[in-house]
Design a protein around this ligand. Structure first.
Ligand code: TYD
Ligand code: MG
Length: 459
């Protein structure tokens, strides 16, 4: 006798399952995330098949690096770790309207231009809308140039699967977006955890068996997590986030997970009327609008993945109004780290800012999570407090410890080289400690100002 499907209440955030509805998910603590979904009755148990022994191999065997399909966009390749890997699955997540569809349409056109068979399936837009966008972006300049690009508008995963299995020509398949996909035998709405999971599972299975590279586009919720199940992140080989500030022109593609490459690489794009343009020299771009000789600004020589990037840190101080606690408003950096540096400045260097509101901003909408930015933040704070601008041809990096001492950070030489390349003349960095690494050789035209304690900088 066939079992009746059971209904369960599933948290749309963490996929915890409950038999009754409740307001709060006990597993992840989110409110109002439970939704009723029908669950397939578990299939009847079959007798276990005979187990076969595993074929094991030794570690020191011959390896072949995975084949790579050049995406045609070098910043995209960089984040992927060299290009798409056949049979692998990439999830591209981001806020609605940030430019995911645009990015993937540009990438599919570039792939088609180098004669790769690609399929772009949109569950959100009609074919004409996609065509119009391609025209607006100037992607279809020559006739017959995009002969190997197939477009389809569908949300039916069974149809998509049938097409892929029948044609078997596609090397890269883009699904825009996984939240719109739908499988008939799952009884919940598109975008629900069960649907997203089942659809992704089916598409991933196809990618592995047919050997194409699959790109799933996914929306991100207001809280910053991928909408639908967190489990999606575990099912795919790479998770890339496309992020940026709506008000800014820059977009950053960042790898949060990558089985075929490093996770700290970023790709930088500028959004224009004619689509996303690669930014091959982000430092020059982030510093383009910098005005020298203004108190409260310092240049930080940061590292994004393997690439050094210079960015401007701005601080504004204003006298606190009223009796409440002073404001600490931080954009693009860690609030707790700012409080720490303020505390170190006060108790180790005698710079008191506790009755001032502090506003800190990293220009260009970029986010820093390196402690190496400490020194540049301190320099900007000191400059704002004293009203003296930092030297316009100086840049800073170094971590600050709780006693005010400066600590070494990684890739000193790379950072110094980038400073020299952009015409900076003075590098402020932690004092060299021979036990940690070799003394950096300054590039031509750059003088090194080694700092042992934060109070040296104040002086
Ligand atoms: P879209 O790619 O549709 O965002 P998403 O798929 O992430 O929701 O882009 C949103 C809008 O921004 C769209 O109307 C096109 C526009 N846009 C540009 O004009 N230039 C650009 O470089 C990008 C990325 C987007
Ligand atoms: Mg879109």
């Amino acid at each position: 006798m066939a079992k009746k499907p059971v209904t369960r209440f599933i948290c749309q955030n963490c996929h915890a399952t409950y038999s009754k509805w409740q307001g709060k998910c006990e597993s992840c603590g989110e409110w109002n995330t439970l939704e009723e979904e029908k669950i397939e009755a578990s299939p009847r148990r079959t007798a276990p098949t005979k187990a076969n022994g595993l074929t094991t191999v030794r570690l020191d065997g011959k390896t072949t690096p995975p084949e790579r399909i050049n995406s045609g966009i070098s910043e995209f390749n960089r984040v992927l770790g060299g290009g798409f890997v056949p049979g692998s699955v990439v999830l591209v997540g981001g806020d609605p309207g940030i430019g995911k569809s645009t990015l993937m349409l540009q990438a599919t056109c570039a792939l088609a231009k180098s004669q790769h068979e690609v399929l772009y399936v949109s569950g959100e837009e009609a074919i004409d809308q996609i065509r119009l966008r391609a025209q607006r972006l100037g992607l279809d300049t020559k006739p017959n140039e995009l002969n190997t690009l197939d477009l389809a508008a569908s949300i039916n995963v069974a149809d998509i699967a049938a097409t892929l299995e029948e044609k078997r020509i596609h090397k890269v398949v883009v699904i825009d977006s996984i939240q719109t996909m739908w499988l008939e035998n799952i009884e919940s709405a598109p975008g629900s955890v069960s649907q997203v999971r089942a659809c992704a599972f089916e598409l991933i299975r196809l990618a592995k068996t047919l050997g194409f590279s699959l790109v799933l586009i996914g929306h991100v919720t207001k809280e910053g997590a991928l909408a639908g199940p967190r489990v999606l992140e575990h099912m795919v080989d790479a998770v890339l986030y496309f992020e940026g500030d709506r008000g800014h022109q820059f977009r950053i593609l960042r790898a949060a997970k990558n089985r075929f490459g490093a996770t700290d690489e970023i790709g930088v794009f500028a959004m224009t009327d004619s689509g996303l343009k690669e930014v091959l020299n982000p430092s020059a771009l982030f510093l383009a609008e910098r005005r020298g000789n203004i108190a409260g600004s310092a240049v930080f020589a940061g590292l994004e993945g393997t690439r050094p990037v210079l960015m401007e840190i701005q601080v504004l101080l204003s006298t606190k109004a009223g009796d409440g606690a002073a404001r600490r408003s931080v954009i693009g950096w860690d609030n707790a780290r700012l409080s720490m540096i303020l505390a170190v400045l006060e108790s180790r260097c005698g710079v008191k800012l506790n009755n001032m509101d502090v506003y800190l901003n990293i220009t260009g909408g970029i986010k820093i999570n390196e402690p190496a930015a400490d020194l540049a933040v301190a320099a900007a704070l000191i400059s704002a407090a004293t009203g003296q601008p930092t030297a316009s041809e100086a840049a800073y990096f170094g971590e600050i410890g709780l006693s005010g001492e400066l600590r070494q950070v990684s890739q000193t030489e790379l950072r110094l080289k980038e400073m020299a390349k952009l015409g900076f003349q003075h590098a402020y960095l932690p004092r060299h400690v021979s036990a940690v690494n070799a003394r950096p050789r300054p590039p031509k035209g750059l003088s090194l100002q080694e700092i042992g304690h934060l109070s040296d900088l104040v002086a």
